[in-house]
Write a new protein. Sequence first.
Length: 321
Amino acid sequence: MQINLNKISEGDRLTIAKSLTAIEKDDPIVEDILHFLLRKKSFKQIIGITGPPGSGKSTIVDQMIYHFRQLDLSVGVICIDPSSVFTNGAILGDRVRMQRHSTDPKVFIRSMATRNVKGGLAAGVRKAALLLQEAGNDVVIIETVGVGQVEIDIVEAADTVIVTAAPGLGDTMQTFKAGLMEIGDFFVVNMADRPGSGKTVRQLESTLQFTRIKKQWKPKVLKTIATTGEGVKELIDECRIHWEYVVKNGKLEDNRLKTMEMEIKDQLIKRVINDLDNITVSDSMKDVVQKVYRTEIPLGKAINKMYQKFYERCDCIASKY
């Protein structure tokens, strides 16, 4: 795939789309794209929005786009959709809720499938966010899939993290275990016109007081009614205040360094898993399985044996370079 990377900086939508496709497919040109983006360092605010299914994340994002556009700010949006564990396909349906922005030249919305990556994000989302910054967007919004209690990778990709909740979705505190409580910069109780919203706000505020994590920024609990847009302007204002805090306190470079650290770790893990997969489908693996099954060797010894083969493979690969 050939891409004129300079056209990304010019905001050429076709080039941006092709580059994002390359990132999703992990095309060899991705390394050149990332190198180009890191040389440019056009860093803008990245807002991550996460929370349980049904809490109105997509509707909140739709309203946020509207309010950012009222401020004449261009917006890039990455919507993460879950993939089928059987087909790897995804519905990519979040765009449906944002149709009114589809013809706005200053709004770029891209859906990405998780392809069964854990943590609520897609594999290339960090690089995609960097690309949308360089493409001229004043703010980038990442909407994760409906997360579980440990799917908190958004904190490694965003400058500002919004965690959504809604009354009537069960026990809020059961949903928000320690991980989510510790990553949020803002907790948004959506559907605030429903019965029980006040209780949900009080639960969150009370829990935040006892969350044992040292943060200079004190998380806030806000209320919205995303279907009408009520409270979203206030959320936007708070996000802009948080962005000023991030820049003023020198956290922007720290955030981008953390993003690159996670990118390198992910690539290393991917390589290790591929090498392990090659070993586990080998005849030697089948032989070890049989010996464990027949109780000829204990499980621990079998695992050590396969580890030894893994390291021998690593040494063999390293000797080629």
